[in-house]
Design a binder for this molecule. Structure first.
Ligand code: GUN
Length: 289
């Protein structure tokens, strides 16, 4: 079975749109991009287009690659104070001379719709549900797991990758679902020994086709979070084209239930960001701001 996220994402977007219309004023999302890193351009375009469909007004704040850290911090402060912006994100990665930790810490946690601020991360860790923004990708993965009624309680959940934006938070969320969680990373010894025990395998390693069929248990649920653009030969002397591939070899689909790339987790990430933006707008309305 393939675990598609597209239809579920569309349903979430429909709910966001209906609720946003009920608010009377469209929620506003700010998107900060520093530099011209190509994959970010693609993701941001997708976020802007989907926001529009969800009745959310997205505004792009583009700074040049050579911007100083203090200029980025000044923009963050400005957006924190901007009464018209309900929530905003700073697209990662930032150029190497800018500290993502400093920038993320500067965001007002009540506007941190990416859920990357230490305050939101801490609430996720403690399973505090009130006024928290959960990071979009792991929260989308949990929605996909619920949608396909994948049993979590007591399951062996194995995560490959320990990033702040996927690996760590999804480990915590699966733990809250009473899974037995193992987090693997680049220093893990004998990785297949771990992955073969997984009932639920979440792969966010950023290595195309890294997970092979002999590393996966028959019938396991495999969530592929990888998105790497690779060049492909078009043949017949035509110029090369490119496509996005996941961390899981497509052959794994013959023995396990896999979320495809594209069309699996990706659409849910965007949908959850927009749901967080709606939540931010509702929180601000409730607080009378
Ligand atoms: N870069 C890769 N994924 C993300 C994301 O979810 N949010 C932001 N801000 N940057 C990213």
């Amino acid at each position: 079975m393939l675990l598609y996220g597209k239809e579920l994402a569309e349903r979430i977007i429909g709910h966001v749109k209906a609720e946003a219309e009920g608010l009377g004023i469209a929620p506003r999302l700010g998107i900060v991009v520093v530099g011209d890193y190509q994959p970010s351009q693609v993701y941001v375009k997708k976020k802007m287009e989907t926001a529009k469909r969800a009745g959310i007004e997205a505004e792009l704040f583009h700074l040049p690659h050579n911007s100083e850290e203090k200029e980025v911090l000044a923009l963050v402060q400005k957006l924190n104070r901007d009464g018209k912006i309900d929530g905003f994100i700073v697209q990662l990665p930032l150029p190497p001379h800018i500290s993502p930790d400093k920038v993320i810490e500067a965001i007002d946690p009540r506007k941190d719709v990416d859920g990357f601020h230490p305050s939101n991360m801490g609430k996720v860790l403690l399973n505090l549900k009130d006024e928290v923004f959960e990071p979009a990708t792991p929260s989308g993965i949990m929605r996909l797991i619920e949608h396909y009624k994948i049993p979590v309680s007591g399951a062996n959940a194995v995560i490959v990758g320990r990033s702040n934006i996927v690996g760590k938070p999804i480990a915590v969320m699966l733990l809250h679902g009473d899974a037995t969680v193992t987090v693997c990373h680049s220093k893990t010894r004998n990785l297949p020994e771990h992955t073969k025990r997984a009932d639920i395998l979440v792969v966010a390693a950023g290595k195309p086709f890294f997970i092979k069929p002999d590393m996966v248990k028959e019938g396991a649920y495999v969530i592929d979070v990888g998105t790497t653009r690779v060049e492909v030969e078009a043949g017949n002397g035509k110029p090369k084209t490119s496509k996005v591939v996941g961390d899981v070899d497509p052959k794994v689909q013959e023995k396990a239930n896999v979320s495809p790339v594209p069309g699996g987790v990706g659409p849910l990430t965007v949908a959850m960001l927009l749901q967080n933006t709606l939540k931010a707008a509702k929180m601000r309305k409730k607080a009378g701001k």
